[in-house]
Design a protein around this ligand. Sequence first.
Ligand code: PML
Length: 244
Amino acid sequence: MRASKKAGKTDMHVSGAEGLYTEAAIGRIVKEYSERAFDHPRGKADRIVITIEEVFNKVIEAKPLDINTIECPSPKDAKSAALKRLGSIGVSKKAASSAFRILESKTSMRGASVLDAWSGKRLEPDKKRGIRASMLGIEKKTELGLKRLVSKLNGSTNTILEALILASKVASCPMIIAEICISDDPDYTTGYVASRSTGYTRIKNMKQKDAMHGGRVFFAKPGSNITLIKNYLEQTPVIISNER
Ligand code: PML
């Protein structure tokens, strides 16, 4: 689902959501997604595009990332915690700073930016659109278990669960070494840094309340082929599962 609203001559991104569902769940999900777009902290959408497509590609399973939290009192502390974490994963200072420039800029993108983890160079072919992690879902039992766990955390259970599913798919991409996210919802200030080695690290107070900026940046291994990354993130169906 992609929802936007007119802002002067352009369309402003309001909300987006993805999922892999059985045919029987489609009605419920379409209702849920459109309600979300009409009642969103970024504003009421005036254009909602919902695409439903059958999945033909082979579905891959990936494990959910482990969750941990860094409590930070302010965006300044949160930024230095995020930079430290990214550095420990192998993201250069230059690439991490480029990511913050993108995340802190006023223009909110529909998709994510992909940066070379060493040079910080942007790799997405369409910089306005970015790359959208799609074709992702969660196995039922795993979802129930994670919901129980996540509901004990401070934050919105749905937001955390959806972000965790997305981050787990992104981390399963062999060419991606890390991800950083700042929510673009003005009333949601927790963000995260995620990677296969360090898990899903929630970082509190990544931005001031009411700030509209945010988004996602994926860091690619130097020399990675962006077409392969795009194909994996946008086209390869991945189900997050703890079973097996
Ligand atoms: C979003 O708004 O979709 C991103 C939310 C990121 C943080 C979720 C959390 O762990 O609280």
